[in-house]
Design a protein around this ligand. Sequence first.
Ligand SMILES: C[S@@+](CC[C@H](N)C(=O)[O-])C[C@H]1O[C@@H](n2cnc3c(N)ncnc32)[C@H](O)[C@@H]1O
Length: 631
Amino acid sequence: MPQDSHHRPRARSRRSGTRFPGQPADRHHAHRRPAPGGRPQGAEPQGHRAAAADPAGHGPPTVSPASPQAAPSPAPLQVGQVVELEPHALAAGGDAVARYGGMAVFVPWVAPGDRIRARVTEVKPRYARAAAEAVLAPGPDRVSPACPLFARCGGCRLQHLSYPAQLAWKRRLVVDALERVGRLEAPPVAETLGMDPPWFYRNKAALPVRRLPGGRVAMGFFAPGTHTVVDLEEHGCAIQHPVIDQVAAALRRWLEEDPDGRATSTYDEERHQGLLRHLVVRVGLRTGEVLAGLVINGDGLPGEERLARHLQEQVPALAGVVKNLNRRRGNAILGPETVPIAGRPWIVDRLGGLEFRISLESFYQVNPVQAERLYQVALDYALAGREAGSAATGSNPGAAVAERDTAAGRPARDAGATGARRDPGTGDGGTAAGDRPFWLIDAYAGIGTLALLAAARLAAGTAGRGAAGSGYRVTAIEVVSEATADARVNAERNGLQGVEFITGAVEDVLPRLAAESQGGAGGGDGAAARGGRPDGILLDPPRKGCEPAALAACLELAPPRIVYVSCNPVTLARDLAVLCDTGSPAAPAVHGSGRRRGRRARYRLEAVQPVDMFPHTAHVECAALLVLEDG
Ligand SMILES: C[S@@+](CC[C@H](N)C(=O)[O-])C[C@H]1O[C@@H](n2cnc3c(N)ncnc32)[C@H](O)[C@@H]1O
């Protein structure tokens, strides 16, 4: 697979050939270059064109002439009533919001500024829901969705909105959460960093596999609000890497045509019966390596070794095929045990000039192009003034290495990590005040992406003196042991020293480090005792945010900077309210916080950078910089 394969995505079709509106049928010219402003071909503004209605309320509504019977009524809404609405905003999940007689009405799949005819589906005391039946006049930001499955598949929520409008909305989402939930006044939120082109970016898919009556097999995403699989075979997916479609097609062929494949049952959630549950595919965007995981409600599949060979023949980029055993009921995709069937049970990808080994279970950002930008911002925040040249010149050694690597398409070992090792550095740029090593804690570290990129940057400024204690120290904390194992290998693979990996929950480990830190240097044998007070903490928790004990420990450790990376603006706002002590009712009480020097530590929100990690979905990622104000 070519190194820049993600720049040449192409949809494929076993049955019909071409996939997306506006996409050329010629596979080699199928990359949909966006028009200026990020709009893909085939997603043109609808202007005043009309579209047809979906009676089930699931399809995108289509434009039609205004109906004289649908005039707004001041009477209270009733289920089944047809009303005309003009949504003015999007709510957090991506539904449009309109007002009707003082009541908020949520309508999916329509855009602010659209004038629509909608049927009321639910009425609550303070809000209602409606399904759009027709767009009477499109709003200024409406575009034609690029994917014909849009609104039938639950993967994307915003394809009907121009990309610049999506970016503006995501920034607004962050500002609103910080103001409303966090009680942070006039938060310093930058414009959202968008992706160009914002398509075919996902490097991972977990596709439920279901056999249909007659023996055909469906694989895809669930329809919105259901567990009905929307089969991607016909159209592929506009936001995931095309090789994922190839692996799915190869598995489908096996299940439909091979005798062992035809004998393989697929999972029935309600009865908790059937063998094959999901196909999980991971792709290394920069290396082209692919890992296929077959999630099984049992021990194995009939003819699984032949199946693995079949997949590898069909998709030569497959580095390995594994089975994951998940015999549990419920929505968790992966079970506790992963067993290799063929090849190796991990892939390698390159990011920021470093190489990362990634197993099936380990967290890895689904959009590495945008992840690289996010990490660069987060580390610029965390390391400001600590790297050689960064304070004086604003230069960014890590980023320069990453760019060189990307531009030249060279293997990472020529750049990034080894570059960091070879680079003589310029003195004590990575050293904290006095002669103490600069100490950074990476909490929720996954496979060590941020920790190792930080170490590479710090090493570039300190001639690699990390482990010796005079330059820098990075402490990475992660609860999933497979991810920590990957992280250790990744440190070695990139020749990076001075990084220690702790497997454990942040809410357990950070308080321990805080207690050691209070004991002062030499007061224990842990990292905190050796390093004293950290110079920075990176927090990158899952969607639910940090536990109060983790936040309390941050306040006790009271580093000059905290960088909070988040994929959920609401929990970000809640946790920042604790760290900035805004008095928000959403902030949980934290105990024992900020006892350092008898004062409660308190942070100021200095900058927030939203990054569009998930174009066309209602999700947004952020990096927020907090600077110690008091304590
Ligand atoms: C959003 S990911 C970030 C990972 C990493 N920073 C990256 O960018 O690749 C969150 C990580 O936190 C881990 N995690 C979840 N809860 C945790 C906890 N209580 N303590 C430590 N790690 C946790 C997850 O396994 C996952 O690897």
